[in-house]
Design a protein around this ligand. Structure first.
Ligand code: IMP
Length: 196
């Protein structure tokens, strides 16, 4: 029997990445759209850990029988004193994502401070268990310029350690093995297989 897992997101790109990385033979992934949840969960926590837990907690009373997972992620960049971090989704809101990406590349190039890391926290609720949380980082650097004017968030400007290409240029099979989200999902799978 497959276990139903509710992923607390309305972001289709994240859903796709989770789908590609979770063991399909064991888990059926559903999203907020599938359960008709449309309320906004305010991102006011000060750590990735607490924000991921908050997202999970918002759904427990409504769906106590489901496994519920949520992630919170961000990018940490040397040129911005390792920000914007938890504020990544709200960084430089006056710019489009492409403008923001170009600007970040310029700042990193000018200051020669291009070390960076993507971070992902995943929280998981299973009935009668304490909430599980894992926080993982993928280290790398900011490219001199965006690899393209489209792509998921900061993917066009982040190259993981050991690669010349950005996440946007690399095949998804590589990103899905080494990324911050991949590492967190691997830890989640290990946990889930242990308790189920
Ligand atoms: P949140 O986890 O929904 O709060 O998103 C955090 C921010 O980080 C958003 O602006 C995302 O676009 C960005 N982000 C998180 N993970 C990735 C990724 O794997 N690639 C590109 N951008 C990402």
């Amino acid at each position: 029997m497959k276990h139903k897992v509710l992923l607390v997101t309305s972001n289709d790109h994240k859903l796709k990445e989770f789908q590609a990385m979770m063991d399909e033979s064991m888990f059926e992934l559903i999203s907020l759209k599938d359960v008709g949840y449309t309320e906004e969960i305010i991102e006011d926590q000060l750590t990735y850990h607490d924000q991921a837990v908050k997202k999970v907690a918002a759904l427990i009373e409504l769906h106590p029988e489901l496994i519920i997972i949520a992630d919170d992620s961000g990018i940490e960049i040397e040129a911005f004193e390792y920000g914007p971090g938890i504020y990544s989704a709200r960084f430089k809101p006056e710019m489009t994502q492409h403008e923001r990406n170009q600007w970040i590349c310029e700042q990193c190039f000018q200051t020669k401070q291009s070390h960076a890391a993507f971070v992902c926290a995943i929280a998981c609720y299973i009935k009668d268990q304490p909430i599980f949380v894992t926080v993982n980082r993928c280290f790398g650097y900011i490219a001199n310029e965006p690899s393209h004017d489209f792509g998921f968030g900061y993917d066009p400007i982040f190259a993981p350690e050991g690669y010349q290409e950005t996440f946007q240029m690399l095949p998804s099979s590589i990103k899905n093995r080494i990324s911050h989200r991949a590492l967190a999902i691997q830890a989640l799978m290990h946990y889930l297989k242990g308790v189920l």
